[in-house]
Design a protein around this ligand. Structure first.
Ligand SMILES: [Zn+2]
Length: 327
């Protein structure tokens, strides 16, 4: 029934930007549009902006997309299509699937952003042809997905993939989840920024390069600021990234020993800002993971970059609509 002209729309709905892309069955982006997320205007305005953007892409298209997939930065229920909680959007219990399918008269599928990105990397990115892989996305937070035996794991209550909340330091710093020492609390973008601010406050002279990169305002220090200071060889920034890398290695070792993937795919803003982390994590993992688990392992950077969520969400919708007997 489907041919190479079959396409779906993928939407990456994040706290700062929305990416809408029409993607064909081969994973090629046919057309796309990016817009800022006007969080202050609330869910209704954002949903109508998404609907308008989809209509705009449809007008340019030769063939109509058959459905829409949405990857949301938050907790979603894929069965009801409701976004239960999205911190960066300030959303609670928003029935985005029903709103958009009514507005656009197309089937809509909802998942979270990192799971969509895992689909993208698995089917059309660095995970192609591999049935056992883990994607670890290190952005502001840390999340990912585990594909085992050709299945993307969802878990008992659909929360599988919260890889960032694996504890790597029993007495480590407090995490947003309430626990201590999560990988995210040591190596997520927000945690790198927090450690950098603390270090600058404790020792302003050692922190002079970081402070300068942040325009003199410690509140403006972000993970990207730290990455820029690393480029300049700043010893404090190098030390901060060294300790974040150790946390990522510990987390990766746990995942590799637990799931024995053939590939570990690393993506997200922190990795994109410091691509050398891929090799450093690779070296650390080979020293510390069980030899039988790490021998066949490949560690690769993500291929789809910041388009992974939109492409993955589109693929997920395509699969729901064209695979007759999933799993
Ligand atoms: Zn946590």
């Amino acid at each position: 029934m489907e041919d190479e002209n079959t396409s779906t729309i993928g939407v990456d709905l994040g706290g700062t930007k929305i990416e809408v892309a029409q993607v064909n069955i081969s994973g090629q982006v046919l057309r796309r549009k990016r817009l800022p997320t006007r969080v202050n205007e609330g869910p209704a305005a954002i949903q109508s902006e998404i609907a308008e953007t989809v209509l705009e892409l449809q007008k340019q298209a030769d063939t109509m997309p058959i459905g829409i997939g949405i990857g949301v930065a938050g907790q979603v229920d894929p069965v009801s299509g409701v976004v239960h909680f999205a911190m960066n959007l300030g959303w609670r219990d928003v029935p985005i699937r029903d709103v958009l399918s009514e507005a656009l008269r197309l089937p809509v599928f909802v998942t979270n952003d990192v799971r969509a990105a895992t689909w993208g990397e698995w089917v059309h990115g660095a995970g192609q042809g591999c049935d056992d892989l883990i994607c670890l996305f290190v952005g502001t937070g840390i999340g990912g997905g585990v594909v085992s035996g050709g299945h993307l794991l969802t878990g008992c209550s659909n929360t599988a993939g919260e890889l960032g909340h694996m504890v790597v330091d029993l007495h480590g710093p407090l995490c947003n989840c309430g626990n201590r020492g999560c990988m995210e609390a040591l190596a997520g973008g927000w945690a790198i920024a927090r450690s950098a601010r603390e270090a600058v406050e404790n020792n302003p002279s050692a922190g002079s390069v970081l402070l300068q990169e942040a325009g003199g305002n410690p509140e403006r220090i972000s993970a990207a600021t730290v990455a820029r200071a690393v480029r300049k060889g700043d010893p404090l920034a190098l030390k901060l990234i060294e300790s974040a890398t150790e946390a990522l290695v510990s987390g990766a070792v746990g995942l590799i020993n637990a799931f024995n993937p053939c590939r570990l795919i690393l993506g997200g803003g922190v990795i994109e800002g410091l691509p050398e982390l891929v090799d450093r994590i690779d070296r650390g993992v080979r020293q510390r993971a069980l030899a039988a688990a790490s021998a066949p392992l490949q560690i690769l950077p993500s291929q789809l970059g910041n388009q992974a969520v939109a492409i993955g969400a589109a693929i997920m919708a395509m699969r729901e609509l064209t695979v007759k007997d999933p799993d």
